[in-house]
Design a protein around this ligand. Structure first.
Ligand code: PAF
Length: 295
């Protein structure tokens, strides 16, 4: 049994590809029950399994859980990994079923964007222009546009997202608040391998040597977390020291972030912060973060 797995009622997960098929599969009877969605781009791993289990726990045995599997072209920039992003639908459906999903919705781009790339989009605003947004211009607009569409299609009470994509979670929460979406967004803590590597669909791009080098990201974050009581400067220095002495890792950013508005935390910042890192290991871009209390 997978880590932390809740015993789930045996259920057969229905795979749907169109909105017309999804709706009756997700809403099979008149009885109102709680329902939840877990949005993914597929290549599901234990981190996604934890999201699906959290969704099942939230809605109970009689509630409904949908998992969306859609590699959203809108959120990939030029030269990014849209074409080689792993597509593993059969395995994804099995994982979704084992962890308590009722329905998998895996549409083609033509189903989600029937008129081609949408002219009207959601913009993430300044929160989406820093850190990940600075390195991947337009990324969060693409994310929010598809998340908004998938929220309309699935119409859930709860939507679950991983804390590993901390800025994504923050901009989604902000969109839901600013635009009055009727859904509760719930963040689920990052799952890690025993040696600290955060679970990610992109880890499968790493060679054995790169995987070993990639451990520098979590090591740096843990080093910063260990000195959180000494303040922002100590946190940044401790984390940088690990990255500065590691071969094979090209740093994009290391930042101590105020989670309220996703700005860099000032040197006198106190309270809950996100220590985040993004780096390339070989040709693979990885991100990771930890939540810490800075004094
Ligand atoms: O985190 C992801 O997998 C994607 O960004 C999401 C939220 C499914 C939108 O495409």
């Amino acid at each position: 049994m997978a880590r932390g797995k809740q015993p789930a009622k045996a259920r057969k997960t229905v795979l749907t590809h169109t909105i017309a098929d999804f709706e009756p599969a997700f809403w099979p009877d008149e009885q109102p029950v709680d329902n939840a969605v877990v949005m993914t781009m597929g290549a599901l791993h234990e981190g996604h399994a934890a999201l699906i289990r959290a969704a099942r726990k939230q809605v109970g045995a009689d509630g409904r859980v949908a998992v969306t599997v859609f590699v959203n072209p809108l959120q990939f920039g030029e030269g990014e990994d849209l074409d080689r992003y792993p597509r593993t639908l059969a395995a994804d459906v099995r994982l979704a079923e084992e962890n308590g999903a009722d329905v998998v919705f895996a549409p083609l781009p033509e189903e989600v964007y029937p008129n081609g790339a949408p002219q009207v989009r959601i913009t993430a605003g300044p929160m989406g222009e820093r850190f990940e947004g600075a390195s991947r211009p337009g990324h969060f607009d693409g994310v929010l546009t598809v998340v908004a569409k998938l929220l309309h299609i699935t119409d859930p009470d709860f939507a679950f997202f991983g804390e590993k994509d901390a800025q994504q979670l923050a901009v989604i929460q902000r969109m839901v608040a600013d635009l009055d979406f009727d859904v509760e967004v719930i963040g689920v803590p990052t799952l890690r391998e025993e040696d600290g590597l955060a679970l990610s669909s992109r880890n499968r791009y790493l060679s054995a040597e790169e995987r070993a080098q990639a451990l520098a990201l979590s090591k740096a974050l843990f080093a910063g977390r260990d000195v959180a009581a000494q303040g922002p400067k100590a946190v940044r220095e401790a984390a940088s020291a690990v990255l500065d002495t590691t071969e094979g890792v090209t740093l994009d950013y290391l930042a101590l972030i105020d989670p309220e508005d996703f700005t860099e935390a000032a040197d006198d910042f106190q309270g809950e912060a996100v220590l985040a890192v993004a780096a390339k290991v070989g040709s693979t871009r990885l991100i990771d973060n930890v939540r810490i209390i800075v004094r």
